[in-house]
Design a protein around this ligand. Structure first.
Ligand SMILES: [Zn+2]
Length: 77
């Protein structure tokens, strides 16, 4: 299916960029600054899980980089 004819839904937004999902062609688009990465749904899910794991390990490896409220022991990890 041609993506041009699809209507993407905004899933999330941040100062870095945004994520949209396209029900029509089953793609998830991650837009950062000047680039857009396109994922199949399963690939995006796998990437999100990988980032979650990386974030958790990063927080253990570099606790000094944690936001103050998480250093206080209210981390969700
Ligand atoms: Zn599409």
């Amino acid at each position: 299916m041609e993506h041009q004819n699809c209507r993407c839904e905004l899933l999330a937004q941040s100062p870095l960029g945004h994520v949209t999902a396209c029900p029509g062609c089953g793609q998830v688009h991650l837009t950062l600054q000047h680039m857009t990465l396109r994922f199949e749904v399963d690939a995006f899910r796998a990437m999100a899980a990988m980032l979650e794991q990386a974030l958790c390990r990063m927080d253990h490896t570099m606790p000094a980089t944690l936001p103050e409220e998480q250093r206080a022991g209210r981390s969700v990890h």
